[in-house]
Design a protein. Structure first.
Length: 741
């Protein structure tokens, strides 16, 4: 019987009470624990008592977190973050409220609460990345702290304060509870994160923008739609741009950029450091950034830069694929950087500078060379027809007082700064006054807006002779979108004193003295009594004749014989020359005190197949006065205008209800357009969409209809673009009002 199974017994003829009877195998009691005592039920319920109902938790054990509630309806409007749909988002330097739900009723006298914020993968209290906040009775102004706002039943509403210099980014949240005078403790990590942003509404935040009416902050932080300016200072073009900083998925992509930027947590407190890091993350030259630049004219492996309508599609693609998006040029880089900075809470805007210099040797002059026949030669320095960068608003605690405010930040990869393709933040006021020794990259920005051109001509010995100094040739009509509405705001006076004024000349000389050729202004004085100016017709559309005029005025008391050589080229907006449209050489004799002109004309058949994107033309002139040996060199550029897209849509739409949008385009050329593609999008209306169209014949009207279902209320803008092999930079926009259902 030693091997008899435990708990069993054999029958011996009389009944033996055991858990089981082996013979005749009558089961007297099941082998599992007994049922718990029934829970008393109110007889009035008319139902049987429930079985196995859990007992209420004993009050002598710590609270356990059941839910974490972010009061979006309260925090969103107070922090200007109600447009962020996917994250718990607050701005630093002001309190916010959270609700904490536990598994039993809370007793404040006995239950201790602590909320912990963890930043990064290795949070440490001595680095400011591990913040343990005991929930007390009152907040501490200007410090991380937490206090009970209201306690009722199983829910506690907690008020949390962050300092105005808090680290910007994503925090993990931990709720910890403890019974007073006991070691028993409960700890739980909430699955969601709290995102902390810069706060330009907070006076203690270094991004604070004083704005009594709120219109500037509405424009520079909250506006999802804006304008980009392009072309030449003679013919400025404008196109809409969808920044879309609140569109689904965009905040997460921007946070990913911040996390991959290489900034340590402490540096993420500073708008100076963050804006500089974002200027490098937007381009692909370093760190597998967002956009790959391409100025070749061949975009067969990606999207033409003129095809983008906004930043949303670009950022989503980079966030999904984690590789650089093809392709961008300066206005695309600027549009994406505006999105990124506004999303993080830094006031930002796009800026366009016309006749923008690119100084490669830090001389802060732009040297232009021609051969002995007067034909232009390649030069490392260049002048772009336009260039688009950004301004970000912030204080500059790293500089002496007076250099806060708008700072130039540029994400287009032109020249390296500290070995990386990044630029800024550069104080705009320092640029204006020629204080190019202040960081960051002030010398480069100064040259863009106020460098002088120096012209040289090759002599018979292979050297270059000085021709002339041109003082008013760089930095025209610096433009940005006005606050609220309006076509264009000119901010040139922010960057430079009036051209030719004493202050402007002092700033130029002061800047050049800190450059690589400080002796530049040991100027050569020459006698010049013939004046030259060059111009082109205004409002010339692609498909019309081009007329260029060189005007010559003789201010002397004797006649002058002048030889003029004009060359016209298609040109990329960076100043790089394309195919030659034609050239003209003409001799002119001008009477004393008289005036004459030299004209050249180009028909569409002469230039259509030679134009590149932006449809820009540059004319270079070299003139020589035989009598006095005076030489003059100059240049001008202009943009041929493109037709607009016509967008028809209801002036009012309703959230959740589809509406129809019609886009029309008529081919204005006498050639067919191939590889035609339309793109359309709108923040809060529809995600970016591409519609291939194929071939459009001369004079043909192309039309497509697109359905849109608004997702968010308010004023929204539909933006569309058109590209083809023959015609670029065709855009259109339509503003609509979306009402709640």
């Amino acid at each position: 019987m030693a091997d008899r199974p435990r708990g069993f017994a054999f029958s011996t003829g009389r009944r033996v009470r055991r858990p089981y009877s082996w013979f005749p195998m009558i089961i007297e009691r099941p082998w599992f624990p007994p049922f718990p005592a029934p829970v008393p039920v109110d007889p009035g319920l008319g139902v049987d008592p429930p079985i196995n109902v859990p007992q209420p938790p004993k009050p002598d054990r710590p609270l356990e977190l059941m839910n974490f509630i972010f009061h979006t309806d309260e925090n969103g409007p107070a922090h200007h973050t109600d447009e962020y749909l996917e994250n718990v988002v607050v701005r630093r330097g002001q309190p916010f409220s959270v609700g904490v739900v536990f598994d039993r009723e809370i007793t404040l006298e006995k239950d201790k609460l602590l909320i912990e914020f963890q930043f990064g993968n290795n949070p440490l209290s001595n680095k400011g990345t591990l913040l343990r906040l005991p929930v007390g009775d009152a907040l501490k102004e200007g410090e991380w702290s937490a206090a009970v706002e209201k306690a009722e039943g199983q829910t506690v509403k907690v008020r949390i304060m962050s300092p105005a210099n808090a680290i910007v980014g994503r925090y993990h949240v931990v709720v910890e509870t403890e019974l007073a005078d006991e070691r028993s403790r409960s700890r739980k990590v909430d699955n969601r994160n709290v995102v902390v942003l810069f706060n330009p509404w907070c006076k203690e935040d270094l991004t604070y923008l004083d704005d009594d009416t709120g219109t500037k902050l509405e424009e520079y932080v909250l506006n999802e739609y804006g304008s980009q300016y392009y072309g030449s200072h003679h013919r400025i073009g404008r196109r809409g741009w969808n920044f879309g900083q609140f569109e689904p998925g965009i905040p997460d992509v921007v946070l990913l950029m911040l996390e991959k930027s290489g900034l340590n947590p402490s540096a993420r407190r500073s708008a100076v450091s963050v804006s500089r890091a974002m200027s490098k993350m937007v381009n692909a030259q370093d760190d597998n950034g967002v956009l790959e630049g391409n100025w070749s004219g061949d975009y067969s492996w990606g999207t033409p830069p003129t095809g983008w309508n906004g930043s949303v599609e670009i950022l989503r693609q980079w966030g999904t694929e984690r590789r650089s998006v093809r392709y961008g040029q300066c206005w695309v880089f600027s549009g994406v950087l505006t999105t990124v900075l506004r999303c993080l809470g830094i006031p930002a805007r796009s800026i366009t500078n016309f006749q923008s210099a690119h100084d490669t040797d830090v001389s802060m002059t732009i040297d232009k060379y021609s051969d002995s026949f007067g034909l232009p030669l390649e030069s490392e320095d260049s002048v772009w027809n336009f260039h688009v960068w950004n301004e970000a608003w912030m204080a500059r605690p790293d500089l002496p007082e007076g250099y806060g405010g708008w700072q130039a930040v540029d994400s287009t990869p032109q020249e390296t700064s500290e070995g990386i393709y990044q630029c800024g933040p550069c104080p705009v006021i320092a640029v204006k006054n020629g204080q190019v020794y202040l960081p960051y990259d002030t010398k480069f920005v100064f040259a863009e807006v106020n460098a002088d051109k120096v012209y040289w001509k090759e002599n018979n010995f292979g050297y270059f002779d000085y021709l002339r100094l041109e003082k008013r040739s760089v930095g025209f009509k610096i433009s940005t979108k006005p606050v609220g509405s309006g076509w264009r705001e000119d901010v040139t006076e922010n960057y430079k004193h009036p051209e030719g004024s004493d202050q402007e000349r002092v700033a130029v000389r002061a800047a050049v003295e800190h450059g690589s050729t400080p002796w530049t202004y040991d100027e050569i004085i020459t006698h010049e009594d013939v004046e030259f100016s060059i111009s082109a017709d205004e409002e010339v559309y692609i498909g019309e004749d081009i007329h260029v005029t060189l005007t010559i005025k003789n201010t002397s008391s004797e006649s002058r014989h002048v030889t003029a050589h004009l060359t016209a080229n298609a040109t990329y907006y960076t100043g790089v020359l394309g195919k030659q449209l034609g050239e003209l050489e003409e001799d002119v004799t001008i009477a004393a005190g008289g005036e004459d002109s030299v004209k050249m004309t180009f028909t569409p058949r002469e230039y259509l197949d030679k134009l590149v994107e932006q449809s820009l033309v540059k004319v270079f002139v070299l003139a020589h006065v035989d009598t006095t040996k005076q030489a003059w060199a100059g240049e001008t550029d202009f943009r041929l205008l493109s037709p607009d897209l016509v967008i028809e849509a209801p002036s009012e739409m309703t959230m959740g209800k589809p509406a129809w949008v019609t886009v029309e385009f008529t081919n204005p050329l006498d050639v067919k357009l191939t590889q035609a593609v339309f793109r359309i999008e709108g923040p809060g209306l529809q995600r970016p969409k591409t519609i291939p169209y194929g071939i459009i014949m001369p004079g043909e009207k192309a039309t497509f209809v697109e359905g849109m279902t608004p997702m968010r209320a308010g004023k929204k803008t539909i933006v569309a673009s058109f590209t083809s092999d023959q015609l670029h930079q065709v855009t259109g926009e339509k503003e609509v009002l979306v009402k709640r259902a």
